[in-house]
Design a binder for this molecule. Structure first.
Ligand code: BG6
Length: 288
């Protein structure tokens, strides 16, 4: 195993101790800054120089081995949601990943490649590209002799001005599981507005979604490939109170718009098979 500091790039990638003493990579480009914890290969920060932070992280989050970080981009693998006797949302987000490589590209972007140790029967990598936008590519190879079925999700928490100010477009006409109501629905809204607890898994969608945030004067665009599910989540008041690692008053400042392959969109790879999910998040001023 290499020492993560081997991968420092002067002026662009520094390895530091973050919250809870956990190691993190601090990244600087001409356009943006970012932070990625090796714990979970978890992007906890991305900020363009002219904008508020893109990602929300709870002030109540734990930063400890074996515990998920509340905010940023948890990497969900190999299952999504609760599983009896096993960690919710899989083990990838509570495992220390290895930093395998960093690179400064000719266009000024910085790439960091992480690998998940101890994954049995598969090889799992996350490539993070920090530039004017934030790009994450989760690549999974089945190294076993049997079919391998799994779920994935890049469970992205966005920082927003206020939950009642934003709307989310791109999902109209898409079928979804409403995990709050326990029903199956079809999205009727061209622009989704949130005014209560929302926990929806949209299926069979590769669509780009956008979060319009007039409070910040910002538009966030989430473009993806290799992902057929989109999850929209805000815990609202009562659920926030039940989550020990999330402040009671934080729900208005965040929304999760997650790209993945979950439930009936789970992936099955034959022996030697390879799957890549790529998500590019860009942002800019709201058109006036
Ligand atoms: C969402 C799920 O993706 O993640 C929700 O759809 C869940 O049901 C939420 O509550 C947060 O999960 P966790 O395990 O990080 O508290």
């Amino acid at each position: 195993m290499s020492d993560p500091t081997d991968w420092e790039i002067p002026g662009h990638v520094t390895l530091a101790r973050g919250e809870g003493g956990l190691p993190k990579a601090v990244v600087e480009t001409a356009w943006s800054t970012a932070e990625i914890y090796l714990h979970g290969a978890h992007v906890t920060g991305f900020q363009k120089k002219s904008e508020p932070p893109l990602l929300f992280v709870s002030a109540a989050s734990e930063f400890a081995p074996g515990k998920p970080i509340r905010g940023g981009v948890p990497v969900i693998f190999p299952w999504f949601g609760a599983r009896e006797g096993s960690p919710a949302h899989g083990s990838a987000r509570i495992t220390a990943w290895e930093l395998k490589e960093t690179a400064l590209l000719p266009n000024g972007a910085v790439e960091l490649r992480f690998s998940l140790p101890g994954a049995e029967g598969c090889h799992v990598e996350l490539l993070v590209t920090v530039a004017e936008s934030l790009t994450m590519e989760l690549a999974i190879t089945n190294t076993s002799h049997r079919n391998f079925t799994f779920e994935t999700c890049l469970h992205t928490y966005f920082q927003i001005s206020r939950i009642d100010a934003i709307s989310i477009t791109g999902l109209e006409g898409t079928n979804y599981q409403d995990k709050v109501a326990g029903t199956t629905e079809t999205e009727t809204a061209a622009a989704i507005r949130i005014a209560g607890e929302v926990d929806r898994v949209y299926f069979d969608t590769t669509a780009t979604t956008e979060i319009e945030d007039p409070g910040y004067g910002r538009m966030i665009r989430i473009a993806k490939s290799g992902s057929n599910s989109t999850v929209v989540w805000n815990p609202w008041i009562e659920k926030s109170k039940r989550m020990p690692d999330f402040g009671d008053d934080e729900y208005p400042q965040m929304v999760c718009v997650e790209s993945g392959n979950v439930g009936k969109n789970q992936t099955t790879l034959p022996p030697g098979g390879h799957a890549v999910m790529k998500v590019e998040i860009s942002s800019g001023p709201l058109p006036s």
